[in-house]
Design a protein around this ligand. Sequence first.
Ligand SMILES: *Cc1c(COP(=O)(O)O)cnc(C)c1O
Length: 525
Amino acid sequence: MSTMNTVGRPTAPNAASDASYKPATLTGGRGLLQDEPLIFEGEGWGKTGVDLPKPASNGSDLGDLVRKDPIGLPGLSEPEAMRHYVRLSQKNHAIDLALYPLGSCTMKHNPRLNEKMARLPGFSDIHPLQPQSTVQGALELMDQLAHWLTTLTGMPAVALSPKAGAHGELCGLMAIRAAHEAKGEHEQRRKVLVPTSAHGTNPATAAFVGYSVVEVAQTDDGRVDVADLASKLGPDVAAIMVTNPNTCGLFERDILEISRLTHEAGAYFYCDGANFNAIVGRVRPGDLGVDAMHINLHKTFSTPHGGGGPGAGPVVLSEALAPFAPAPWVVNTGDGYKLVEREEDEAEQAFGRLCAFQGQMGMYVRALSYMMSHGSDGLRQVAEDAVLNANYIKARLEDLMSPAFPEGPCMHEALFDDEWLKGTDITTLDFAKAMIDEGFHPMTMYFPLVVHGAMLIEPTETESKAELDRFIEAMRLLAGAAKAGDVERFKGAPFHAPLRRLDETRAARSPRLRWAAPEGSNRAG
Ligand SMILES: *Cc1c(COP(=O)(O)O)cnc(C)c1O
């Protein structure tokens, strides 16, 4: 018979219950997951997984350019190739494996209905250069998505094409720069104000667009210091960039005053909308005086996160900035849909384009699918449940761990500092590594930078109470072990992961990004 521990997992009754008994396996495998060398280090370079007849003629149009050396790729049979990549995929954590509580990143479940819709051939098999008359349905979908986004935000216009949140920031600031240029004020307005708690992309984007970044202080309760902001606003400021709810998981109480002061100074209000999932359906950023805001479809609207790849970060724009939106955009002519692409059309003030074509169609389909399956009432509940879940975690951990801002409820993220680890010799990093052993992806660590040893937990609305309870029980056990002085459990963690502590500094400073053939080997490297 197995016994249950407090996390609800059965523990084996005999040898394995002696936690010190950890045999190294002969093969390096763990459980049913085999260890294997890199694909380039295996045998069978002469092997191929396909069997094609020899070409009828050896003639080639390439003349002298025909390759004479081996191509330098390992040979694998089909099952070997499949297994290699499936094993690799199992070394990654995924939202489909367990809770992924990365604060600010909003890792929520990707509904399979979205995937099904995105794979409909009418959406997935079209080409961006097809005549517009043959893709009217796709254009109508983009128009509907734009309608949902402008309605939910209370903003008049949206640029769909930016491919990520950071790309959306670039879009917003370029529109702001174009607006100042149109007014002849660009030369004098060279500063962008950014609060200390901002995501790193905010100052990076401002600098990239050529602005100098001025930091705005934060109050003791984690909000923008309005007096400090007011003292820094002036005729030399182009814009402010404020995240709301901010990266401490708190609503900016003085947001109306912030936007009033900004506009009074002739500057624009860029809102980082990465945390829109906390207020969607409840608060319209347009009503707060926002001029531009990106919406990470992979955060608020459940499209997959794509390693910097296939994302979408549409930017909603105010009346003042709308004329400068990048091409293209969709208009309903009454007689069908068309893409406005060129200056000789209505796009004469557009600051240019942000990508070659129309943006990430597959993400548009998924996001609209999520919106339509929730409806407006369901989207409001998304925000309510995201906030409720975060507050539940905060309430159930605050007796053991130290909330960074104990006063009042949080929004969609529960933020703790490392005050509670004082005197234990255990750091936020050690604690996070021990979470891996418990089967949980760590929360966001050391961000926002303004909170010492920050642990930023975002459960999202897609976790059930049972899942949250499992997570909370694991966190409580670990916190108890940390306070009881079980330092080894943390310093040595992770014990159960395929790789343990890596030299992260060396990996960042001198990464080896290419496999090199061993000395004396005849394999191409
Ligand atoms: C995620 C995030 C961004 C950047 O968005 P990407 O889509 O990753 O480029 C910017 N600001 C905040 C607050 C974020 O959480």
